[in-house]
Design a protein around this ligand. Structure first.
Ligand code: ADP
Ligand code: MG
Length: 208
């Protein structure tokens, strides 16, 4: 079971992991983008971190919705509206709730990822964050169906997310800035798929 204060703790972990990998994410965005993904994400999650004390005691929906709105308003670039949409959708899914279980978590992730797909008009295989999001969600649904614990399920998700991020090296981007470089993007790992893997890792760490 996850309560609202645990969600705040996870968001704090997310902010820390993004800060720790800021340069790496920016470097990944250099050959196929405009060298700002780490900077964008760090700016957004720093703003989220600053909001956390004021969210103490609020329901999970409010916490996630505020996170999404903060990301949209502080992150320049494609990743802001995309991650912002994801968190806002997750917030709608958990409106008024003070506790959620693993099944609720998988449902909110599903809704969040659908939101990203609609917002970015992208599908799996276009070398975006979705190539980490979709396979990891699939792996977690399978783990959950097999009766695995929250910790095991999240671990399976993190593993699949990193495999998906790695696989973006073999994909030609057809959405976002990376689509401008076309086949020259081959061999380069997508920054958004990488940041998502780190974010999911932060969630998993909270259940070790
Ligand atoms: P920008 O591309 O505007 O500079 P960022 O560098 O912060 O923004 O984010 C780039 C990441 O956003 C990419 O690595 C990719 O994962 C993701 N992205 C871009 N466009 C889309 C899209 N249409 N759908 C899903 N993800 C996308
Ligand atoms: Mg960029």
């Amino acid at each position: 079971m996850t309560d609202s204060s645990k969600v705040l703790e996870i968001l704090r972990q997310m902010a820390q992991t993004i800060e720790a990998h800021k340069e790496e994410l920016t470097e990944l965005d250099q050959p196929i983008g405009d060298s700002d993904h780490g900077i964008n994400m760090a700016r957004g999650f720093q703003a989220v971190e600053q909001k956390l004390p004021g969210l103490e005691g609020k329901d999970i929906g409010t916490v996630l919705k505020t996170t999404g709105m903060t990301l949209v308003s502080t992150v320049g670039g494609a990743s802001g509206p995309l991650y912002g949409t994801a968190f806002m959708k997750a917030g709608m899914e958990t409106a008024g709730k003070n506790e959620i279980g693993l099944e609720d978590f998988l449902k909110l992730l599903d809704t969040a990822i659908q939101g990203v797909m609609m917002r970015g008009k992208a599908v799996e295989g276009e070398a975006t964050m979705l190539d980490a999001m979709l396979p990891s969600l699939k792996a977690m649904k399978e783990a959950f169906a097999k009766g695995m614990s929250t910790g095991e399920t999240l671990r399976a998700g993190v593993k699949a997310a990193w495999a998906g991020a790695e696989h973006t090296k073999d994909l030609v981007a057809t959405k976002g800035r990376a689509s401008y470089v076309g086949e020259r993007g081959l061999g380069h790992q997508d920054p958004g798929a990488t940041s998502y893997s780190y974010l999911l890792e932060a969630v998993a760490r909270a259940y070790e």
